[in-house]
Every structure is written in structure tokens, then in C-alpha cells.
Design a protein around this ligand. Structure first.
Ligand SMILES: NC(=O)c1ccc[n+]([C@@H]2O[C@H](COP(=O)([O-])OP(=O)(O)OC[C@H]3O[C@@H](n4cnc5c(N)ncnc54)[C@H](O)[C@@H]3O)[C@@H](O)[C@H]2O)c1
Length: 766
């Protein structure tokens, strides 16, 4: 039958393409396409060659294994060829294989050795007189690369076999074949390191394993932490050998060679399918990658009868799992807003089958990831779906990028509530800043607002919050204070008594402190301590709400101006109150100041630093009267715990009209929601604190008491006490419960007042 020109051409295209991908995969350890895509190309070529035998050539990739060794390594000739495996991609193909085997052997049921198909690279180990003398990669099946020095660094591989030579011991020459691989943990660690140091990031554990083994410097291989499982034999000389494959594995394991603990012997094709299903279900729990199961006819005489085809034995088959990686295209990128306001970019994909299901969305994690992977709209991308994990875009293929593919833009506004989106400096995740209002964050915001350390609304648990939000009764924290008994009792499982209790709790919560209120707002990065520092610093909410970056952050220190230079400058200015830079045409005030400063006899002040001071202060008036410490101030904010990122979150939060509306609602005198002490107070204070007996006292708690430590601490602090963790001479009072331990004796040594459980009620009641 003559071959149509189009088919001939297609075969040629396929051959070239497969050669190219073989090179990327086997020699460069850097595949361009997923395995499933490669397998389809190979299958297509195999089918063409089967249909038109004259297309089949001895040098076709369908007839060969792997790729030639790279020249940087010495070459090793294998005593027996290292072959590939035939594949089955579905159950029918496995049944066909089993039928062929049964027919060829003329038996009813076949015994198979069933083994996980490890996703690494094949290596042959040569032991002579029990000593590891050579290790080689598979290469093209006949000649591989000499990786003896590299394999010696693999901990699983014995340099010397256990036991002895002879009848029950090892043969004088033994070739063992196995797979070198990386655990997921090692793979992640290697890629993490590569990312940080700008090295090569590997597409998957197989490529990372191959890339780690094929290192000219064995110390690099050693550092990668490779593993190995052995699954077969090559040449054996000088001893009789087991007549089953599984028997051989038992023997080599006996000599200290690593064999997969998952290996079993099964009978008949049904058991093969059972084994495949069982391992498949556990696939994602193993700590290394497997891409299928290998079934091998177990009896060696049967193997010999079956023999080989060009590139694989007839007595074995790899039954693959559905591919977990595929190629598809990005049609759009949308942003989803999570419960805590994080914006997650989601790629809308041209639907594709991955791991047995259709995937049309995949996460891109965050903007950092998108930038790192340089994924653009229109790109062809790798998607991976492993087990129940959300499908993710692994990387883009820039070589297939269409003209006009668009970079992904972070939206300026939240797609749910239209508040500003903030991606603070150095943060990978962008966030919606409308936390008090955004429907996507509603439940979390209200839960946090009501929580014990925030507004402490007793009885308002997570379930009830969900119910209130789901029924539409509450949209933001202020709505809580508008709830009526009637509304509450209509809720599922809410009796009148509980409703009344909740209303009472809401009422009680109104009397709070500014610090707690600030904390309750749920501003990103503003925890309790920061909230307290803000309350103390600003004294009232309006001041905080209006604070700009300058008030939240002290100017960063000025380069080249240490405290000594600052002191010299301040003393010069004090000594020369009437001197100032001369204005001159065409020179800005700032430049004039820089020039003037640089030419004063101020010790240690270099021209660059003079310029920096002039840039920061602009005119001389602003420099006069400043303290040396302020001038030399470092990065620290005047407020404890506030850095540029926290400041950015605070400012973004208060500049959202939506958030401000909710705050205004909370302060609306009509609902009287919030009622904290006068602004001039330090505002951490519960009403009446100033006169409390514990005000300003340092208290330590030890031993077990009838109330939780946290609660005691909170109530003591509410009375103005400072609660610390260890007893010192500054301690005023030790509250000691049962089994007090070392703090009690220390307090007694220092003559500090000690009270017990019996005094607790009085203390807490003030
Ligand atoms: N993405 C690409 O560009 C690209 C290119 C070339 C090859 N590939 C992939 O490589 C594979 C084909 O290559 P192949 O011929 O090297 O091998 P294979 O993976 O199909 O099967 C043979 C190999 O399986 C391994 N193996 C693991 N566990 C085993 C066990 N228990 N017993 C025996 N062998 C076991 C051995 O290394 C053996 O050499 C395919 O999955 C293909 O998709 C991908």
C-alpha cells in the first residue's frame, strides 16, 4: 500500500518533534511539554508506522529508548540493554496485554509482580565481588553515562553488599537496575533554594532527580538527597539465580539493596486492576511521585519465552495513571476575594481533561506567582491537578505565546465591593481594604468584631454570625446593635431567653476601650498590641482615622547622619542662630540649603548627607529647634509596632468610604453602639480605672486558678495593672494558684506581696 504524501509528511514532523522533546527531556532535564502530550505524539507515530510499515525506520524514536549519553560524562556500555516499557493507558489495554501473554504461554492465569512505577530515572548498578564498582544512566539503552561518583552519594545505595559471596550469597558480578528519584519534600526544598538563589527551577520531581544525578560535581548530587528503589536485574555471573522476578527482589533486598515496600505478587488480570486501583487511591499520600503501576510476568522462564520487541520487553507493561499535567490556554484571569480579603487570581482555561476530570479554572495563587511564572492571557500553560488539590497553573510556555498576549493586571478595586485593592510593599498577596463592608469578608469581619479579645460579645458564636448574615439581618458589625428581640427569636433554634441574653451582651459590649474597638475593626496587621499602641498614641478615633503616613511613621533615618553628626549639626545651628543660606536666582531653597550645610564646619557632615538633609527638611527653619536624636532617628515609628506595611494597611482601611460609613454607623448616637472613655484618657482604660487600686501595679500570675489565665490577665489589665510573665524586684503582686512553682519562692525571697485564689474575686472586682 502506498503511503499518502500527507501521512508521510506527518510522520516526519512527528519524528522531528519527538527527537526534539527527547533531547529536552533526557539530555537537558527540562521538558517543554507535559508527558501526556509527548505520549500522544509517540502514539500517533506508532499508529502511523503500524498502518504503513514502510514508514518504520530503524532510527525512528518508536524503535529506540531515551537519548544518547551527553559527552560531558564518560560512556558506559550496558552488558544487557536497559529497555523502556510498553504502556497501557486504560483497563482495556491492560486486558489486551494479559490476553496476549496468556495466549503466548498457553496458560489460564498469569502470576505478575506488581510494582509502583516510580517517576525518576533508571540507573544500573554494577557490583563486583560485592562492591559497587560502576553506576550508569540508561542513556539510549545500550550506552549510558557513567555516574558512579554521583550514585555513591545516594544514601540508599550500599557501597558494599551485605552477606557473602557464594551459594546463598551474592554472585561475583551483579547488575541491579532501579529508579533514582526525589521525595516531594526534597523536590520542594531544591526548587525553593533555586528560586531564592536564582537557579534552575525544575518542572517536576523526575526532572529534578535527573538534573541532580547528572551533575559533574558529585558534591552537588550529595546535597540534593536522592533516593533509590531497585526493581530488576541486568547481567548476573557466577551464581545460580532465582527463577522468579519476585524471588530476585527478595534476595537483593536481603543484601541491603532498597526495594519498594509496595511490591506484591498478584494472580490474574482482575488482581492487577485491584492493585492499580488501590495504589492509585493512595497515590497522593506517598511521599514520592509515581505515574502508574508496572506488571511483570513473574516466572523467569516465561519471561524468556516472551522475549522483547524493539524497545521494551513483551513480559511487562506500565499501566499509567491518568496524567496530572496537561496543556491548555488561558482565556482570561479573574480575581476572587477570599474570606479575609485576599485576592486570588484564577485562570479561566480552555477546558481540558486532567487527572480524569475536566478542568476549566486553575489557581494562579497571587500576583507574585503570576509575575514569577510570567503567565499572560492567551498563553499556553501547563496545568496540574493532583488528587483533590485545586488545579494550578504550573508555568507558561513563552515559546507558544501568541502575538498580543496580555499581561495580567491587578485590579485597582475589589471586584466584590469596589473598595481599593492594596498590595503592600513586599507582600505577595493583594487585598481588598473594605474589610468592614465587603460582602466577601462579612462573616469573618463580624466574627472578629464579636470575638472575646475584641468587643467580647458573649453568645455571638460563629454559627450565629453565619445565620445572621445568611438571613440578611446583619450586613456589617453596626447592624448587630440594631437587632430586635423579635428578629432574633425568629431565627432557627433561638429561644427568647438566648435572644435576651444576646441583646444584653451586645449592650454590655458597647462600653469598651478605644484599643479594643480599634482591634475589633479587623484592620490587616493590626493586632491587639498595635491597637493598644495606636489608642495610646492618638487618644481618639478621629485622630487615628485622619492620620497620614507622616504621623504613623517617623521619617526614616538619613543616610550618613549618625547621632554624632546630628549632634554636631544641632550645636552648630544653636551657635549660629542668625546664619542662613543666601537665596540666589536659579537655585532652589533646597539646593541652597544643601550647599550651605555642606560648606559649614560641621564635623562628619559629608556633602551627600548634607543633600539628603536638605531634601528631607527643605528649609533651614525646619531644622532649627530639632533634637539631635530626632534628626538621626532610625526607621522606627513613633508608635510601637508600626512599620511601612502596617501604616499602609491602616491608611488604606480608613480611607475607604465604605469602612467609614460603617464606623459612623457604629458611633451613631441613636444606636449608641460605642461608648468609650473620654478621648483624653489613654483610652486603654475601662471606665473608672484611674482610681482603681491596681492602677499602675505590676502583677504576675502563677499556678492554676479557677479562671483561665487569659481572662484574669484581661480583667487585671482593665483595671490598669501591668501583667508580666516573671517575678522581679519591680513586681508589686504575685497571684499564686495551686502548684505555684518557682515564681512563688522567688517572690517570697524578694518580699513581694503574694495572694491566693481566695483574693481573686475581690481583685477582679476592683
Ligand atoms: N515531556 C516530554 O517532553 C517527554 C519526552 C520524553 C519522554 N517523556 C516521558 O518519559 C516516558 C517515556 O519514557 P521512557 O521510555 O523513558 O520510560 P517509561 O517511563 O515509559 O517506562 C520505562 C521506565 O520506567 C521506569 N520504571 C519505574 N518504575 C519501574 C519499575 N517498577 N519497573 C521497571 N521500570 C520502572 C524505568 O526508569 C524505566 O526505564 C513517558 O512517560 C514520556 O511521557 C516525556
Amino acid at each position: 500500500m502506498s503511503v499518502p504524501a500527507s501521512e508521510r509528511e506527518r510522520a516526519e514532523v512527528l519524528r522531528r518533534s519527538i527527537e526534539y522533546h527527547n533531547d529536552r527531556y533526557y539530555r537537558q532535564d527540562d521538558p517543554e511539554i507535559p508527558d501526556a502530550e509527548y505520549d500522544r505524539l509517540l502514539r500517533e507515530l506508532q499508529d502511523l508506522e503500524a498502518r504503513y510499515p514502510e514508514l518504520r525506520r530503524a532510527d525512528s524514536p518508536t524503535q529506540r529508548v531515551g537519548a544518547e549519553p551527553v559527552s560531558s560524562f564518560d560512556e558506559v556500555e550496558h552488558r544487557l540493554p536497559m529497555l523502556s516499557l510498553a504502556n497501557a493507558f486504560d483497563e482495556q489495554e491492560l486486558r489486551d496485554f494479559d490476553r496476549r501473554v496468556r495466549e503466548a504461554l498457553g496458560i489460564e492465569r498469569v502470576r505478575y509482580s506488581a510494582e509502583p512505577k516510580l517517576d525518576g530515572l533508571a540507573v544500573s548498578l554494577l557490583y563486583q565481588d560485592g562492591i559497587l564498582t560502576q553506576a550508569a544512566t540508561r542513556g539510549d539503552g545500550h550506552r549510558g553515562e557513567d555516574v558512579t561518583a554521583q550514585v555513591r552519594t545516594i544514601r540508599d545505595v550500599p557501597l558494599r553488599l551485605r552477606g557473602s559471596e557464594g551459594a546463598d550469597g551474592w554472585p561475583s558480578l551483579l547488575e541491579v537496575r532501579g529508579e533514582v528519584f526525589l521525595t516531594y519534600a526534597r523536590f520542594e526544598a531544591i526548587n525553593e533554594h533555586a528560586r531564592r538563589s536564582g537557579g534552575k527551577v525544575f518542572a517536576n520531581p523526575r526532572n529534578a532527580a535527573a538534573g541532580s544525578l547528572r551533575q559533574l560535581d558529585p558534591s552537588i548530587t550529595a546535597a540534593r538527597g536522592l533516593s533509590m528503589f531497585c526493581y530488576g536485574l541486568g547481567a548476573v555471573e557466577g551464581a545460580s539465580w532465582s527463577d522468579s522476578h519476585s524471588g530476585s527482589l527478595v534476595r537483593i533486598a536481603h543484601w541491603g539493596l532498597p526495594v519498594s515496600p509496595e511490591q506484591r505478587v498478584v494472580e490474574g488480570v482482575e488482581d492487577c486492576i485491584g492493585y492499580h486501583t488501590a495504589i492509585g487511591a493512595r497515590r497522593n499520600q506517598l511521599d514520592y511521585a509515581i505515574d502508574g503501576v508496572v506488571f511483570k510476568v513473574d516466572r523467569r522462564p516465561d519471561q524468556e519465552r516472551l522475549g522483547f520487541v524493539a524497545r521494551a520487553p513483551r513480559w511487562a507493561i506500565a499501566y499509567k495513571f491518568p496524567a496530572q499535567e496537561e496543556l491548555t490556554t488561558v482565556e482570561a484571569v479573574e480575581f476572587q476575594v477570599g474570606r479575609t480579603g485576599a485576592l486570588t487570581p484564577v485562570a479561566r482555561l480552555a477546558p481540558v481533561q486532567v487527572g480524569g476530570v475536566t478542568v476549566s479554572n486553575a489557581t494562579l495563587h497571587n500576583m507574585d506567582e503570576i509575575e514569577r511564572k510570567d503567565v499572560r492571557i492567551g498563553d499556553t500553560v501547563y496545568v496540574r491537578r493532583a488528587g483533590d488539590v485545586i488545579p494550578e497553573v504550573i508555568r507558561a510556555l513563552p515559546e507558544r505565546r501568541p502575538f498580543g498576549a496580555e499581561p495580567v493586571q491587578l485590579p485597582a478595586h475589589c471586584p466584590v465591593c469596589h473598595s481599593d485593592v492594596l498590595r503592600a510593599e513586599g507582600e505577595a498577596v493583594a487585598r481588598c481594604t473594605g474589610g468592614l463592608f465587603c460582602p466577601a469578608q462579612r462573616k469573618e469581619a463580624i466574627k472578629h468584631f464579636a470575638s472575646r479579645r475584641a468587643m467580647d460579645i458573649e453568645g455571638l458564636g460563629d454559627k450565629l454570625v453565619s445565620q445572621l448574615v445568611d438571613t440578611g439581618l446583619v450586613e456589617d458589625p453596626a447592624d448587630l446593635y440594631r437587632l430586635s428581640l423579635e428578629q432574633l427569636t425568629q431565627l432557627d433554634r433561638m429561644g427568647e431567653k438566648s435572644a435576651q441574653n444576646l441583646l444584653a451582651a451586645l449592650d454590655t459590649s458597647r462600653r469598651t476601650t478605644l484599643a479594643r474597638f480599634i482591634y475589633a475593626l479587623g484592620i490587616r496587621e493590626v493586632g491587639e498590641a498595635t491597637a493598644r499602641a495606636l489608642a495610646e498614641h492618638f487618644g481618639d478615633l478621629d485622630a487615628l482615622m485622619g492620620a497620614g503616613a507622616a504621623e504613623l511613621l517617623a521619617p526614616a533615618g538619613i543616610k550618613g547622619v549618625g547621632i554624632k553628626t546630628a549632634e554636631a549639626l544641632v550645636s552648630y545651628l544653636e551657635g549660629h542662630p542668625d546664619e542662613s543660606p543666601e537665596p540666589s536666582p536659579g537655585v532652589s531653597v533646597q539646593e541652597a540649603l544643601a550647599e550651605w550645610l555642606a560648606t559649614r564646619p560641621i564635623r562628619g557632615l559629608k556633602p551627600d548627607a548634607a543633600r539628603a538633609i536638605a531634601e528631607r527638611f527643605e528649609r533651614i527653619e525646619r531644622l532649627r529647634g530639632i533634637s539631635a536624636a530626632a534628626l538621626a532617628a532610625g526607621q522606627a515609628s513613633p508608635i510601637e509596632g508600626i512599620g511601612p506595611v502596617v501604616a499602609a494597611h491602616i491608611r488604606a482601611f480608613f480611607s475607604q468610604p465604605h469602612n467609614r460609613e460603617v464606623i459612623a454607623k457604629l458611633r451613631d448616637p441613636e444606636i449608641g453602639a460605642i461608648d468609650w472613655e473620654a478621648p483624653s484618657d489613654t483610652a486603654m482604660v475601662e471606665p473608672g480605672r484611674a482610681s482603681a487600686p491596681l492602677n499602675g501595679k505590676t502583677v504576675v500570675i502563677t499556678g492554676s486558678l479557677s479562671l483561665p489565665r487569659d481572662e484574669i490577665k484581661r480583667r487585671l489589665e482593665a483595671q490598669g495593672a501591668k501583667v508580666t510573665g516573671s517575678v522581679s524586684k519591680n513586681t508589686d503582686l504575685l497571684i499564686a494558684g495551686a502548684d505555684p512553682g518557682g515564681k512563688l519562692s522567688r517572690a517570697q525571697d524578694l518580699g513581694i506581696e503574694v495572694v491566693g485564689e481566695e483574693a481573686l474575686d475581690d481583685l477582679l472586682a476592683g
